[in-house]
Design a protein around this ligand. Structure first.
Ligand code: ADP
Ligand code: ZN
Length: 698
């Protein structure tokens, strides 16, 4: 196939033409430009950030074939299928390389995916005319990474053997050490480096110091009361069972999920959660890969995770719809013990590997085979940590000392010695590297503990950890909030009145259930609109102007009322239904405050500015409040949010990747009348302006 007529050198045009996307996601354009400018590149983007496009698009524009190395065969297969579906000539090589090289030379493919282990048996003797050599999940080549794959260590040599073509490496998690490793090992020349897309402005990160189990449960109760739908991550299966049973005993709608359950039980649990038949999933980190539920309003870590990478990936499952969500880590230093156990388990020292190997050499049958469970094997060699024995088996597999085979009719697998005459010391196991890896794992846990004790902005801390620059304090994490805090206090007379008015507005727009509890009917912004007496069509159509509380807080203005409502929710006086369009109502605490109780403490928004409505109040009571005077048109905001939802759904990206709430708020306030005006608004980058802005300006 001749591809010359398909060439187009405008990346945006190629993006639309080959991939059907109308614009770039955060960071993509810079990476694509750097690659098209001929630069070696190292790009760090979070999972789902759109890394594959960063090499697929250049592959389409550049002459010659692009090789992609990726560690997971299943993922490669999916990608190749997706490319073929788009009419892009791609192939996956999971057999011998040699026979494919001729076809690659002939220009049969634009993209060829190769499993890293292919480079084990094949040494390139011929230089290939490549467009680009792309390496996905590049952290796999670093021993400091969480997913070291020795086959990746052959890539440096492979690249040099092909004649050092332009190289681009991609990964989701790369600390500075890992990045240094990637650069050095692949021999990237004056590389373009970028880290992008890690900030999640709609997440409020929090660490609660919890010395006691009881305190943790109290925190869970508090979080589910306000946020309802979410995930509680636990470190162990046992803990998952304990926490899910406890929560179920409170009447919570929970589902448990961990690696010890059968496949059917697990997928059933997952389905229940994804289909929203359950509100909360209590899970180990085995839960996550496949969960795609956008309205996760909270993620709680019941135990400290083993690394910041793991923590942030799990916490990041909250708020995929761009709505405010909370991530709370229930921290108890004693829990690091569990993680240490895991570290020991995944880092068998050389002595354990040797004991295991010598045991196999001594007791295997004449064919060098032994069939025994890991548990029995652990007992036989006197190892305490069964996980470590499994890890030792993997080590021996990796260095080719043994192979494993299935035994028909049995669940346990057999082990066969490959080089029975080689003593453990001569297997070529790098004992120094083993020790280093363990040290790194311990360092990661230390970083996690540091994060937990840090008093800096949590979001800033994380961005810094991943090496992403820019961004000020998030103003929503516990540390940002407590900076201005100690301002949790009881209301003064004016504030109390404002709270009572706001809460009675919420009550008017809720329904009283038979059990005396309140049930929500409207979203927070609708209630604000009603309280300030908005004349929007929606208000009038729903006859909300007939409520006794309509316009009750006209003088305070919608900015203040909206801020007050947020704080009331933070203080646990309002509860949210969660879900895509969350509705709010009074909690029992809110109910008593509405009736005059003043014992609550909360954070207070700045007092309302003098608005025209305030100055004019008393002039003509029935004077309609112009939306312009309020500065914030909730109905418009709601509309923009709906537009965003629509775009996010058609594009198949999370809502916050379109524009975050703050940017929508700016749109609402500033009402940009042109693309040009809109592009000046914070949160509107060049590509987003091109891609999404027209719909919003309209
Ligand atoms: P990663 O490899 O970084 O985890 P992917 O490359 O798999 O992410 O992309 C994640 C999703 O984002 C995919 O569904 C992809 O189709 C989509 N995507 C990538 N780039 C764009 C874009 N420019 N516009 C819209 N969607 C995109
Ligand atoms: Zn912060």
């Amino acid at each position: 196939m001749s591809s010359s007529e398909t060439h187009t050198h405008d990346p945006v045009e190629a993006l639309e033409k080959h991939f059907g996307h109308r614009g770039f996601l955060d960071g993509q354009q810079q990476v694509v430009s750097a690659i098209l400018a001929g630069r070696d590149t190292l790009a760090v983007m979070p999972t789902g950030g759109g890394k594959s496009l960063c090499y697929q698009l250049p592959a389409m524009v550049m002459d010659g074939v692009t090789i992609v190395v990726s560690p997971l065969i299943a993922l490669m297969k999916d990608q190749v299928d997706a490319l073929l579906e788009k009419g892009i000539p791609a192939a996956m090589i999971n057999s011998t390389l040699r026979e494919h090289i001729a076809r690659m030379r002939e220009g049969e493919f634009k993209l060829v995916y190769i499993a890293p282990e292919r480079f084990r048996s094949h040494t390139f003797t011929e230089a290939l005319q490549l467009a680009l050599f792309a390496i996905d999940e590049a952290h796999c080549l670093s021993q400091w990474g969480h997913d070291f794959r020795p086959d990746y260590l052959r890539l440096g040599d492979a690249i040099r053997a092909i004649g050092s073509p332009q190289t681009a490496a991609f990964t989701a998690t790369a600390t500075p050490e890992v990045r240094a490793d990637i650069l050095q090992h692949l021999g990237l020349r004056d590389p373009y480096e970028c880290v992008s897309g890690f900030a999640r402005p709609n997440l409020s990160l929090k660490v609660a110091q919890c010395e006691k189990r009881d305190t943790k449960y109290k925190r869970i109760r508090a979080v589910i009361e306000t946020h309802k739908t979410g995930i509680v991550y636990c470190a162990t299966r046992k803990r998952v069972e304990e926490v899910s049973e406890t929560m179920a005993s409170w009447g919570c709608s929970v589902v448990a999920y961990h690696g010890g359950m059968s496949d059917t039980d697990r997928s059933e649990a997952q389905d229940l959660f994804i289909s929203k038949k359950r509100d909360v999933a209590v899970a180990t980190n085995a839960f996550g890969m496949g969960i795609d539920r956008s309205d996760v309003r909270f993620v709680i870590h019941f135990d400290v995770p083993g690394s910041v990478e793991a923590y942030y990936q799990e916490a990041g499952r909250a708020g995929r719809d761009g709505e405010p969500s909370v991530c709370e880590l229930l921290f108890n230093y004693a829990d690091t013990r569990t993680q240490e156990f895991f570290i020991e388990g995944s880092n068998p020292g050389f002595s354990l590997i040797r004991d295991l190997y010598e045991h196999l050499r001594t007791f295997s049958d004449e064919r060098g085979e032994m069939t025994i469970s890991v548990q029995a094997l652990s007992e036989d060699i006197g190892a305490k940590n069964g996980m470590a024995v499994s890890a030792a088996i993997s080590r021996l597999l990796r260095c080719g000392a043994i192979e494993r085979f299935d035994v028909p009719g049995q669940r346990i697998r057999g082990t066969r010695l490959q080089r029975p005459d080689t003593p453990a010391e001569a297997l070529g196991i790098d004992t120094e590297a083993l020790a280093e890896k363990e040290l790194r794992d311990r360092d990661k846990l230390k970083s996690m503990v540091e994060f937990s004790y840090s008093t800096d902005c949590r979001q800033g801390w994380i961005l810094n950890y991943f090496g992403e620059t820019g961004g000020g304090p998030c103003n929503s994490c516990d540390n940002c909030r407590s900076g201005s805090s100690e301002d949790l206090r009881n209301p003064d007379a004016t504030e109390q009145k404002a709270v009572q008015k706001a809460l009675s507005g919420v009550a008017r727009m809720s329904r009283r259930a038979a059990d005396g509890n309140w049930e929500p009917r409207f979203g927070r912004m609708k209630i604000v609109s009603m309280l300030v007496g908005s004349r929007s069509k929606e208000m009038l159509d729903a006859r909300l102007d007939a409520l006794s509380t309509y316009g009750l807080m006209k003088a305070e203005g919608s900015n203040y009322v909206a801020a007050l409502m947020r704080e009331l929710q933070n203080a646990g006086m309002l509860v949210s239904s969660g879900g895509q369009y969350p509705t709010v109502t009074l909690s029992p605490k809110g109910d008593t405050a509405m009736r005059g109780d003043t014992s609550y403490r909360m954070r207070w928004p700045d007092p309302p500015k003098q608005t025209r409505a305030m100055r004019d109040s008393g002039r003509r009571d029935e004077a309609p409040i112009a939306i312009e005077e309020l500065g914030f048109d909730e109905a418009l905001f709601d509309k923009l949010r709906e537009k965003r939802h629509e775009i996010a759904t058609t594009e198949g990206i999370p809502a916050y990747a379109v524009f975050n709430n703050q940017t929508l708020e700016f749109f609402t306030r500033l009402k940009p009348g042109s693309i040009e005006a809109g592009s000046k608004i914070r949160g509107v980058g060049e590509k987003k302006a091109e891609r999404f802005l027209p719909a919003f300006v309209e």
